[in-house]
Design a protein around this ligand. Sequence first.
Ligand code: PLP
Length: 389
Amino acid sequence: MIKYFLAEDTIDNKDIDKLIEWLRTYPRLTKGALTIEFEKKWNGWLGTKYSVMNNSGSSANLLMYAALDTVGGLKNKKVIVPSVGWVTTVAPAMQLGFEPIMCEADPDTFGLDLIHLEKLLIEHNPAIVMLVQVLGVPHKMDEIMALKAKYGFVLLEDACAAMGASYKGRKVGTFGDMASFSMYFGHQISTIEGGIVSTDNKAYADALFMLRSHGWGKDLDTATHNALKEKYGIDDFHSPFVFYEAGYNLRSTDLNAFIGIGQIDKMEWLIKRRQENHALYTARLGGALRAQKYDKESTVCSISFGALARDAEERKKIVAALVENGVETRIFSAGNLGLHPFWYNRYGKFSAPMADRIHHTGFFLPNNPSLTTDDIGAIADIVLKAIAS
Ligand SMILES: Cc1ncc(COP(=O)(O)O)c(C=O)c1O
């Protein structure tokens, strides 16, 4: 029987009660005023100008790539993608005809390896770099931003599992030209399913708002919408159903937005608990396992504590002990994405020392706000005992 789950819902009974009360007012549930309210509140929390709520972190990534394609002006279609991340960090690039080039994992943060990244930048001069803030551990952003200034690429920041983390006081998700967040169950906050793209760039924001809803202009600010109507000579009767871009329907709903607004209200508490738990794990297990390292001035906000065993054999021992003692575990994110069929069937296997190490020896331990110091101590003891056996 599982005693400690990897993920627990951040939508608690009080949230459900509030939702029921709201539903009793028989509101309209599709995307409307509450989605806009959520986006505004999110902008306030993150400190960005524009945010586009949508139905998943994966959709948020798709929207970012699609917005780049729509706005245009890219020097080519090459994009550096991480080996450690999620399938939908990479898949939209493949679907939209970009040319993804995979990068080794950094030995400290497990994000993009800086040496390999620079080599790829010199060799391919890519238009885009897709960076994952791996599991709420901020990457070395001074170095990444210096490379961006030197080589001139668009930076996409997948912060889907990193909400609430910060690098030297600056929130993760404010470094990229666009950043994505997930609000799936078990993430820092949850709207059941949900995603957000945030940006300070008006052209990207306009593209995102249109692409999210079929390609129409209704979600744009009035001045921008009017300018488009004028440019294309559209009358008021046609206007609501004129499609300016080849869009999708990736909308969320006001039901999810209602939940999201409540989640932002308790965000600081949720984040603090995850940060405390992560620090406890690091203190207890840092000496015995290889965990992600981060800058002293950074704040980590993980959704699971990820670690590497010494080798695959040791991982087997740890996993067996965890399962036996009712602690849920799994591989580290997706391991090395370059060893998955979706990638190697098209591009061949990507193999590199650190990405492979994460693939073959990495695993997750539970981190969620409800875990106490004693819970983390008990889980750490199981791991330490397994290593010593
Ligand atoms: C790094 C990263 N990107 C994207 C996603 C996709 O988010 P979603 O499950 O909301 O589609 C995840 C999911 O965990 C993730 O970890």
